[in-house]
Design a protein around this ligand. Structure first.
Ligand code: NAP
Length: 248
């Protein structure tokens, strides 16, 4: 299999690349930080191809995909993993730029990547798109505002892909993790505030990037007649909050 993984320079994406390559598959490593991708590609050897791209730029995606070398173009699995949360401020305080960036990356970037690769999958009557959703797309929490909304978009887009792709042999899955540690996710959300990021995981046993990579690998290696529509994972220590009721 050839797997194209966006956001392969860190976290889930890097773990997925290691998992697929360790099982004998080839991985195209896509993200903005070239040096990180090159380092991972050196670790993984000839089975990995680093490709610098910014999913928020259609021109960048097109240039990267058009530049793929011969033998790397028939992508079997697209993992739309690049994404981010910014800020935990309430909706009336959060900078609009943070919302714009989340929408551009988590929604616009994901649909542009998908639209670029789907025609080739449909033409070959096989392929799989795994989209990284989140429990934030299923359950609201204070400060989740647009991040949660982008992940609800990811799930609904994935289900709508399924509706369009029935009969083509191409599969689509929404993979929605809960609290997961050991990635840059919270450092990005808190804009480099390591103490605030570390607090998120204090006293927990969170999911790991390897848990998510193993789940993606399991989805991709199911028999071709099996489509996982949506799968949600949480660490055992995570659950649900009661309704918030402000009493006078
Ligand atoms: N960690 C969690 O608790 C958790 C839970 C549920 C869902 N998720 C979702 O899982 C995905 C991966 O999260 P993670 O925890 O692995 O985060 P992470 O460690 O911060 O990795 C995010 C990756 O996305 C890439 N990326 C960001 N913006 C990009 C852009 N414009 N173009 C290309 N690549 C871009 C980053 O690479 P560059 O900076 O090099 O571009 C990085 O490789 C995200 O979609 C996130 O929303 C995470």
């Amino acid at each position: 299999m050839i797997v194209l993984i966006t956001g392969a320079s860190a976290g889930f994406g890097a773990a997925m690349a290691r998992t697929f390559v360790s099982h004998g598959h080839r991985a195209i490593l896509a993200a903005r930080r070239t040096e990180r991708l090159d380092e991972l590609a050196r670790e993984l050897g000839d089975s990995a191809l680093p490709v610098t791209l910014d999913v928020t730029s259609r021109a960048s995606i097109e240039a990267a995909l058009n530049g793929l070398p011969e033998g790397w173009r028939d992508i079997d699995v697209l993992i739309n993993n690049a994404g981010l949360a910014l800020n935990t401020k309430p909706a009336h305080e959060v900078p609009l730029e943070d919302w714009d960036t989340m929408i551009a990356t988590n929604c616009q970037g994901l649909v542009t990547m998908t639209r670029a690769l789907l025609p080739s999958m449909v033409a070959r009557s096989s392929g799989l798109v795994i989209n990284l959703g989140s429990v934030a797309g299923h359950y609201p929490y204070p400060g989740g505002n647009v991040y949660g909304a982008t992940k609800a978009f990811v799930e609904q887009f994935t289900l709508n892909l399924r509706a369009d792709l029935v009969g083509t042999g191409v599969r689509a899955t929404n993979l929605a993790p809960g609290l997961c540690g050991g990635t840059e996710f919270s450092n990005v959300r808190f804009k480099g505030d390591d103490a605030a990021a570390a607090k998120v995981y204090e006293g927990t046993v969170p999911l790991t990037a390897e848990d998510i990579a193993n789940t993606a690998y399991w989805i991709a290696t199911l028999p071709p007649h099996v489509n996982v529509n949506s799968i949600e994972l949480m660490p055992t220590c995570q659950g649900f909050s009661p309704f918030a009721i402000k009493r006078s």
